[in-house]
Design a protein around this ligand. Structure first.
Ligand SMILES: Cc1cc2nc3c(=O)[nH]c(=O)nc-3n(C[C@H](O)[C@H](O)[C@H](O)COP(=O)(O)O)c2cc1C
Length: 233
């Protein structure tokens, strides 16, 4: 049974830290919760895994929180190594503790490709993690087309992500009351505000622009050499 939270911990799982879509989405949700009386602290996991002292301070904050929000990017259809490492650290730390069900866990995954369902496995991993550790699963939100945000505050991005803004507002309302994230928030989060073809067209355009800046436009279709080519056979 989920409880009404008072102290949230936002774990930002992107190596891009402040400039990440994970940060934008997680911070928006945490700030909405703050407006409803839930205080929050934020940690960039990228800065914590390099030393045992910093990892210990992350775990201390997990102990002090009754809501953990983990926002991360999708890498190769799954969680990336730092996110997995953090979950493993938390699981090991929680092993002998008893009050874990008083903590709720929310996962927010975002991917580069436009279809949100690419994130399904990553969210399932988080749900099973929460179950195994004994946390109360409050729900998972996934969006495709994360490149539309790229670290900007959501209010700055505007209309193209109106569905994600609405989804996070609905989620904040529910979680602040001690209720799981409603299905309506999950479906809105997954719905891009622009057609998929337009997002892909914009993505291709910016790859080409960047390649041009690096004088690499002719190399864009290069592929790794085969062993025969390396050996010059
Ligand atoms: C190594 C790597 C692997 C990725 N794999 C995927 C993938 O499998 N599917 C996908 O849709 N996006 C993939 N992406 C794109 C990121 O999920 C996307 O850019 C996301 O918006 C980054 O979020 P962030 O700003 O929070 O880091 C990958 C990016 C990197 C760097």
């Amino acid at each position: 049974m989920m409880q009404k939270p008072t102290n949230a911990l936002l774990l930002v799982g992107s190596p891009k830290e402040e400039n990440s879509t994970s940060n934008s989405l997680g911070t928006f949700l945490a700030e909405k919760l703050q407006e409803k009386g839930v205080s929050f602290k934020k940690i960039y996991i990228n800065r914590c895994l390099c030393s045992s002292e910093k990892a210990a301070s992350l775990l201390r904050l997990v102990d002090e929180s009754d809501l953990i929000i983990f926002a991360f990017p999708l890498y190769v259809d799954s969680l990336h190594s730092q996110v997995i490492k953090t979950l493993e650290l938390i699981a090991e730390h929680a092993k002998d503790k008893e009050d874990m069900a008083t903590k709720s866990f929310v996962a927010i995954s975002n991917s580069g490709f436009p279809k949100a369902n690419h994130n399904s496995i990553a969210l399932a991993v988080c749900r099973i993690f929460a179950k195994q550790v004994g946390f109360t699963w409050a729900g998972g939100l996934a969006m495709g087309g994360g490149g539309m945000i790229s670290g900007r505050p959501l209010a700055e991005v505007g209309g193209a992500i109106r569905n994600q803004i609405k989804a996070l507002e609905i989620a904040a309302d529910a979680v602040a009351k001690g209720e799981p994230i409603p299905e309506k928030a999950v479906s809105l989060m997954a719905k891009l505000g622009i057609p998929h073809w337009m997002y892909i067209w914009m993505g291709n355009r910016s790859w080409k622009k960047e390649a041009k800046q690096h004088i690499a436009i002719e190399k864009m279709c290069d592929q790794p050499c085969t062993r025969r080519e390396v050996l010059n056979l």
